[in-house]
Design a protein around this ligand. Sequence first.
Ligand code: NI
Length: 374
Amino acid sequence: MESNKELDIRLREYFEWFHAHPELSYEEYETTKKIKDILDKEGIEIISYELETGLVAIVRGKKQGPVRALRCDIDALPVLEETGLSYASKKEGKMHACGHDFHIVAGIGCAILLNERKDELKGTVKIIFQPGEESARGALKILEADAMEDVERIWGFHADPTNEVGVIGIREGYVAAAADKFVVRISGVGCHGAHPDDGVDPMPIAAGIIQALQTVVSRNINAFHPALISVTRLEAGHTWNVIPETAYLEGTVRTMDKEDRVLAEKRMREIVENTAKAYGGKAIFEWHPGSPAVYNDAKMVELAKKIATCRKLQVVPQEQSMGGDDFSFYEESIPGCYIKIGTGVGQTIHQPGFKVDERVILPASLYIAELINS
Ligand code: NI
């Protein structure tokens, strides 16, 4: 078994390469090839699944036990990097601004450590290098490839720039929201701006709908349940003296509770259709379901806390987020746990100055490897 110091040096080199070569969702060809090359060099088995990008590594333990998985997302964002790092992005306008470069190397580190300890490993571990997390649907590619069929539980983690290295955020229950999209298509009757009485103006319909949608959270959803509705786009009209025929709205709904998700869709549809009707127009409501809420299994949470404490890591309550993570698609059939790993306090994720402190890579790999093997 090699010393941890040598492994640390190697993992940091890998990290700097991935950081310098970010690729967007479903374009992770170079990234996938590099992960494959590293795993080959490190003597780790790769299972071939039908995946355009992303891949699945496997470590088969010598002892009997279940199949577990670790999810590591691999894609980057369309952000122009401003970190000033010596190994900053070589691809202008693309950046590992969500720390998925760290997720890749911690996954590789974990695979190496587990592979070294195969004799004591009970069961099998699949390390999922997942594409397209930022698209919110990359997990479905892995599920559609049948890579999860035999897996009994799954671990996930995320870089956390609100905590220093050595701090782990863990929480039982819901930790990230269901992230759904909605679209509203309003139709009225266009006319001269000076003669609104000749038509049906879609503008007051849009305004009425936007106002009324906010009552879903304030009047329909239990006040103790986190939920929000954001209208993020409104398009209508071309000029100052013509009342247009149509208006278009879209936005997002975030909920934690499964019933609230159903209720929000129902109430929004009623409000949209009936408000338009009340003003003499029509509106079509479209609901585009995204990823469900991320839910942390109680037993897995307990284990994550215990091992963090044994490893002298500081455990803090994980902040709940109204952001989503497609990790939840895996949890629709098996228990999962998604933890936050402090990567040094600094600019938040998805920002041009976001940085991961490299000192986190080895301890994170050691922690996750032990967690999976427990
Ligand atoms: Ni992320």
